[in-house]
Structure formats: C-alpha cells, structure tokens
Design a protein around this ligand. Sequence first.
Ligand code: AMP
Length: 277
Amino acid sequence: MKTVTSLSELRAARAELPAPIGFAPTMGYLHEGHLSLGRRAKAECASVVFSIFVNPTQFGPTEDFNAYPRNLPADLALLETIGVDLVWTPTPAILYPPGFQTWVTVEEITQPLEGGMRPGHFRGVATVVAKLFNAVGPDKAYFGQKDAQQVAVIRQMASDLNFPLEVVICPTAREPDGLAMSSRNTYLTPEQRRAAPVLFQALQAAQASYTRGERDAEALRQVMSRVLAAEPLARPQYVSCADPLTLQELQTIERGALLSMAVFVGKTRLIDNLVLG
Ligand code: AMP
C-alpha cells in the first residue's frame, strides 16, 4: 500500500494502477463502515484508492472541524488489512491554495434536511468530491447510505458535471445494538452511548408501522418523534419522511420513502436513515 500527499505524487502513483479503479473518499478515523466500502471496491475493482481528508469547507463556523477525531497511523493500518493500493492524504493547502474561489453548488436537492440545518455543508462536500474525482479519476466511487442526502447530492453532481464514473452505494454498517457507525460516536459519554441506539429504534418503529400498512407520512414522523421523546438524552433536530428522489417531505407514501433524522445526544449531532419500499 502506497501513501501519498502531493498532487504530483498522487498522479504518478495513480498512473501505475491497473483499471478499473475504485475510490472511497473519507475524513479518516476509520471504522467498519468505511472498511465495508473498501471491501466492496476491492471485490469489484482491480485497484482501490482511499482519500483521508478532513474537509474544512463542509464544516460550519460553529461545527467540530478542529475537534474532529484524527488518527492517521491507525487508519493506514486498517486500510492495509483490506488490501487498499493507494491512500491520498492531501493537506488543506493542497486542495484550497490561497486565492481559491471556484465552488460546486448543487441546487434543489441540497435545500432540505441536512442542507437546511447546515448551510454551506453540501457546497463544501460537492466541491471537495469534485476535486477528488478530478485528481483520482476513478471508474467507480463508493459512498455509504449512512449519509443518504450526500449520496443524492454526489449522484446529481457526478451526472450534471459528466464525471465518467459509477457511484456505488453501500449499506449502513451498524453496531450490534443498531447505532450507525460514525467517527463522531467517539464523542459520546458511556451514558450517551447507551441512549444513542434510540435513532435506529425510532426508524425501526416507523418501518414496522409502514409494514403494517401505514402510508400517511405524518403518522410515521409522529411514530419516530414519540420513540425519540421517550429518551431524555435525545434532542431531535428534524425527523423526516421524504420522497427518496426529491427529498421533499411527503404527505402520502406512494413510491417508497426515505425516513431520516438528526438528533443531538449531548453535544453530539447524530444522523441516521432507512429506506422504505
Ligand atoms: P466520512 O469519513 O464520515 O466522511 O465518511 C466517508 C464515507 O464512509 C462516506 O461515503 C460515508 O457515507 C461512509 N460511511 C460512514 N459511516 C458509514 C457507515 N456506518 N456505514 C456505511 N458507510 C459509512
């Protein structure tokens, strides 16, 4: 496994790799969710590239950019175990040199849900992913369903900007108690960690209601809100039952739905989602 930092090193190492190339962009502090992307890429591609970059432009001014957990030696050791070929660890100065002023803005689909709560977040995500795609030139790019709106934004961006690659979505990796794996779970105190599976419990309760025939979206939002309300450490920011393609809130479920939520547990903001139908 080769690790490179500069763009010229990346391009030289990339040129040596056999195609097809699978690529997974990450912010590091890797866990089983990230590794599941790598294993899928390994199964489908001749070469696998990861990037590790905590992207400053997708964090809001009051968010956790500086506190975001980092452990490059541990990340590299994990990537080695799954047979990754090339790891790119650019610095902020490489991706955003002085005078940088070109941004990728995906419009409608970034407005609701996470985009509504985190202004500018998806501009940062779309811009950095476009830059990573340009630099790496992958045939397939791997993303997690855990970040459902991110997947929709990247798909739209890749299609609108004619990136010649396939976006592959991998299922959300969970802890045994249902908590979606996330680098941010490390912020939770033991007490908060015990409360955190309530997100998945709320999603499952709404899914059970849907399976019993409920098609009223507001009824499903209420099911989720009631489960969350029973956990004193959980403070929901939004609870959504939206169209899986447009991400607009639904009244009635006709062609499936994306259930999603953002919930503060202490100071930690957790997200999770589940697709119905
Ligand atoms: P991040 O490092 O949080 O930016 O995540 C990098 C990639 O890993 C994104 O495509 C995420 O959606 C994906 N990912 C993060 N957590 C999980 C998880 N629990 N299951 C599956 N994919 C995940």
